[in-house]
Design a protein around this ligand. Sequence first.
Ligand code: SF4
Length: 203
Amino acid sequence: MPPATLADLHDSLRDCRQCRLADGRTQVVFGDGNPDASVMFVGEAPGFHEDRQGVPFVGAAGNLLTELLTSAGLARQDVYIANVVKCRPPENRNPAPEEVEACKPFLLEQIRLIKPRLVCSLGNFATQTLLGSKVGVSKVHGQQFQLADFLLFPLFHPAAGLHQNALLPILREDFQKLKQLLEQMAATPPPAPAINPVQMDLF
Ligand code: SF4
């Protein structure tokens, strides 16, 4: 039976060993923020500080993300932040395809339980995982993709903005696009929940 709450899902993952990333981690870095958030951010994987603290996006990339959130009118505690893989890859290497596949169901379950209207994928791994495509984030950043249950808005990963000076202004510009998108969404009520077949039989 799928977990009923985000806390149940978190508890079920504390000792997860479904991929080899379990071998090198200090702890599973599940996610952080408002479990009822309407906006969710998905990064790649925990790094050194995240692995130690058990919280995603701490350290320099986390500080930049917090600053960018503020620029878009968002407070960090109001959104939910997670990663595609929940355990730190050794030496911060890229997650391997089989590790992404092993952990992807947990990300999808997080999204199902949080029910955000908007998901911002940060970088290639999150964008490709959620879009179900090999397209690079450099081709789709700052664009909107309506998926079955949420609107996807890909962005460069903040760490890329720190390491490549040319990307930082693009990242800042995309967060201003995000601010405009949030203003549009605030003016549009979310669609009414679908009536399930049992209720329909009553009419
Ligand atoms: S990365 Fe995901 S699938 Fe792999 S051990 Fe950690 S929680 Fe489990």
